[in-house]
Design a protein around this ligand. Structure first.
Ligand code: FE2
Length: 234
């Protein structure tokens, strides 16, 4: 079974794509993602999509990109909300409207063969230099949702792996562990993948790899040069 990950696709099929202004890595990123997806991911594989999926602000326009992802190879795709996914209002509505292969996660967990996939968006933490008072409510809500997701995942008794998908990393922009990290490492998590970071200085100080038994990995599409990351292969 193969589990792949990619985050921050920042698609914009509903309008002219202007991502190229953020640097050459973003020039035709949609085309590169699609091409690399086809050359790496098979129909029977699982894909984790870590938020900031589309710039669309309405559900109607977001569905153009969501349907495109649905049609790409992969038996099941799991998706969490990113801070730019304005179209994602209420989880039950999103869940109801998702096409066949797309499974939204928000403090929830789903069994996938001998694995369990769980997820939530996450948020900035109080020890992050970018955190301000306005972040407090979202931080508390997301910390609770993370605990809900992890509890739900454990209940589903994962046999081969418990995979947590988030949008915000459980590390600050300076690479320090956050309360999200502390919670994650209290549970039998196998892998934790996330996006959100797009700046080289953030990439440079971000801890990755095996920490306290959990494999942490950044899967922002620009960090991956738009090639899906192989999270699990066994
Ligand atoms: Fe992003």
């Amino acid at each position: 079974m193969k589990i792949w990950g990619i985050a921050d696709t920042h698609l914009a099929a509903h309008r002219v794509d202007t991502m190229g202004i953020h640097g050459s890595i973003w020039s035709n990123h949609r085309g590169q993602i699609i091409e690399n997806w086809h050359s790496t991911i098979n129909e029977e594989d699982t894909v984790l999509i870590g938020g900031d999926v589309t710039w669309a602000t309405s559900f109607q326009y977001a569905m153009i990109d969501i349907n495109m992802l649905d049609r790409l190879p992969g038996k099941n795709k799991f998706i969490v909300k990113g801070n730019h996914d304005i179209w994602w209002k209420k989880y039950p509505e999103v869940k109801k409207m998702m096409p066949k292969t797309m499974n939204p996660l928000a403090g929830t967990a789903i069994k996938e063969g001998r694995h369990v996939i769980c997820g939530t968006m996450g948020w900035l933490s109080p020890n992050d230099p970018c955190f301000d008072g306005l972040d407090m409510n979202a931080y508390k809500k997301e910390l609770n949702l993370l605990e809900d997701a992890l509890k739900a995942a454990v209940k589903l008794k994962p046999k081969d792996g418990l995979h947590l998908l988030m949008h915000f990393p459980p590390f600050t922009t300076k690479g320090c562990e956050t309360p999200f990290f502390d919670l994650i490492t209290k549970y039998p998590v196998t892998t934790c993948t996330f996006g959100h970071f797009h700046i080289e200085e953030e990439w440079d100080c971000l801890p990755q790899g095996n920490i306290n038994g959990v494999e942490f990995r950044l899967i922002s599409t620009d960090f991956l040069c738009h090639k899906p990351y192989l999270i699990w292969d066994a």
